[in-house]
Each structure stands twice: as structure tokens, then as C-alpha cells.
Design a protein around this ligand. Structure first.
Ligand code: GZL
Length: 324
């Protein structure tokens, strides 16, 4: 009855059935594994690639996935987590849109005996028992990699003062907080660099465009460098830079994060100078951990995927397609 009731609570949930497994006992074990996956939205190519990665990996691992999209609203994610609890899923996987406000619903998941994996973004809590593992990027190091490129580039810029504008991601989101900190911990120590302003573009291309219009109207040709927290906002900013008659990658040095194909293409064209990689392809990592949990094995508390950085100084001719 509870499950029937829960089903009524999940109008938007897409239940992807387990694909065939080789041996019957394996099929039965995996078919029992039901993951409740709450995705925060569809705000960027990165996010869409991340969703597809999770769905593809679930199918390939023969794991049932109950998927829901919170459309950029924390209250939707909390409601989805409560639905997963009511449905008694085996595991909850979600990407918390912001770091605060999860203690109550995750306490309910713990009381229901449902483990939680944080995927892609982190939470701010005093109670570490509320989640089993974090699988996602080291965003602080992404910020450091962005700064390392700029320090190398500055050596070629015959300028005593280098003015930076920054378009940051969703406020209070883990990537925003840590990409900011990793970058500024390094850059702010160097007297050549001056950050004119940091404003949030919420990881949206449309807001990246609005932010760049404001920054160019406010600071004009004072701007030497744009540090943008994701490729979507960068693409919006580049449209504006060009509409103002400026040459992206030359008049304004551009550093971006994610590594989606469109950004790599602009890097090859010289319109972007540095692309810090943040892979959305976390599906296999998540499903492998889910299978270990189901088998009663322990899993690492934190798992970071391998990530790198692509710059104008690299040979990009052999770079394979990005897949997102
Ligand atoms: C990073 C991820 C961010 C991406 C953006 O892991 O949370 O959210 O950088 C996405 O493109 O919107």
C-alpha cells in the first residue's frame, strides 16, 4: 500500500527498467537495486551530460533508476527525496543545488535506513552521518588550475596591473564557493592582479550574457581578464564581448570551467585561453559505488574523478570529442 501511495507522489519520476543481466541470480540482485536520483536541473550542457551519464550507467549496470528533475528549485529536490524515502528506494543519489538546508530530509532518510550519495555538489552539515559518500570534482583545485594558467599568462602580458572580472555560478553552490576560493587564494597574493568585481551568473548562459553587458558598461576597457565559473556563462559573455567590438581571447583573456565541446572549439579558435576540466561523466563511478554498498562493502568517503586543464599553450590537435 505504501508503495502504491508513493507512486502517486512521483508523477514526474521516470523509472528506467533494468536491462537484461547475464546470470539469473545477478539479474535478480541488480534488479532489486533501486536508486532514487534527484537531479538539480537542466541549466547547462554540463548538467544535461551529467544526467545522461547517470541514466546510461544505470542501464548498463542493470540498476533501476527512479529519476526526477528539480528544475533549479531546492524545495523540489527536498520533495523528491521525501518521495524516494516513501517509496523505500535502496539508495538516494542527488546533486544538492545549494549547500545549506538538507539536515531535516537527510535525517528522515537515515531514519528510513536509506544511504545517501552526494553526487557533484556537497552539503554544509554538522552531522557527517547524513551521507555515506561524495562523488564529484575537487572544485578548489579547479580554481587553483585557473589561477595557475593566469599566472603563466601574466608573464607574457606587459602590464603592471591586470584587472579581472569574475562571473560566478549559483550562489551558495559548492562549485561556486570553491572555484572562487581556489582561484583567489592564489591570485590575490600577487600584487599585479586586481579583481574589479565578482557577480553571479547562476551557471546560466542568459545570465552570463547579462553579467558581461553590465561589466563592460561599468568597467569598459579596464577589463583584462574574465574568469567565468562555467562554459555556459562564458558562451553568453563571448557573444557580448564580440557585440562590443572586442576580440575575445585577445582584448580580454578568457578562463572558463567545465570543458564542454563548445568551449574546446572556441579554445582552438583562440577565443578562449584556458578551459579547466570538470567532468560530468560520473555515471560509472556512482553505479560502481552503489553496487558495492548493495553488496555490503565499504566505499570511500570521497571520490574525485580525474580532471585536467586545457590552455592556449597546449597541442589540442589530438583531443578526443568531449561527449558533452
Ligand atoms: C560542477 C557543476 C556545475 C557546472 C555547471 O560540478 O555542479 O553546475 O560547472 C553546472 O555547468 O551548471
Amino acid at each position: 500500500m505504501k508503495k502504491l501511495f508513493a507512486l502517486c507522489l512521483l508523477p514526474l519520476c521516470l523509472l528506467l527498467c533494468a536491462c537484461e543481466a547475464d546470470a539469473p541470480q545477478q539479474e535478480e540482485a541488480q534488479a532489486e537495486l533501486l536508486i532514487g536520483f534527484s537531479q538539480l536541473g537542466s541549466e547547462s550542457s554540463w548538467r544535461i551530460g551529467n544526467t545522461l551519464s547517470i541514466q546510461k550507467a544505470a542501464q548498463e549496470h542493470g540498476i533501476n533508476l527512479m529519476y526526477d528533475n528539480a528544475l533549479q528549485k531546492q524545495e523540489n529536490q527536498i520533495a523528491q527525496l521525501r518521495s524516494f524515502i516513501a517509496y523505500q528506494v535502496d539508495l538516494i543519489v542527488f546533486s544538492p543545488i545549494v549547500e545549506d538546508g538538507w539536515d531535516n530530509v537527510l535525517t528522515e532518510a537515515r531514519h528510513a535506513g536509506i544511504p545517501v550519495i552526494l553526487m557533484d555538489r556537497f552539503i554544509n552539515t554538522a552531522d557527517d552521518s547524513l551521507y555515506t559518500a561524495y562523488i564529484g570534482a575537487d572544485f578548489y583545485m579547479e580554481g587553483v588550475r585557473a589561477a595557475d594558467y593566469l599566472l603563466e599568462k601574466a608573464g607574457q602580458m606587459s602590464k603592471e596591473t591586470i584587472n579581472i572580472v569574475e562571473i560566478s555560478g549559483t550562489e551558495d553552490a559548492t562549485p561556486t564557493l570553491h572555484r572562487y576560493q581556489g582561484f583567489h587564494d592564489k591570485v590575490d597574493r600577487d600584487p599585479r592582479f586586481h579583481t574589479l568585481e565578482t557577480i553571479s551568473g547562476d551557471f546560466l548562459r542568459s545570465k552570463g550574457k547579462e553579467c558581461m553587458e553590465y561589466l563592460l558598461d561599468t568597467y569598459g576597457d579596464e577589463i583584462d581578464v574574465l574568469y567565468s565559473h562555467n562554459d555556459g556563462m562564458t558562451l553568453g559573455a563571448i557573444d557580448v564581448i564580440q557585440s562590443y567590438g572586442l576580440v575575445p581571447g585577445k582584448d580580454i583573456i578568457i578562463i572558463t570551467v567545465d570543458g564542454e565541446q563548445a568551449a574546446i572549439d572556441l579554445l582552438k579558435e583562440g577565443k578562449i585561453n584556458c578551459v579547466v576540466e570538470c567532468t560530468p561523466l560520473l555515471g560509472d563511478l556512482v553505479m560502481n559505488m552503489a553496487e558495492k554498498l548493495k553488496a555490503g562493502e565499504s566505499i570511500p568517503r570521497t571520490t574525485h574523478p580525474q580532471e585536467g586543464v586545457f590552455t592556449e599553450f597546449d597541442d589540442l590537435s589530438t583531443l578526443p570529442p568531449r561527449g558533452y
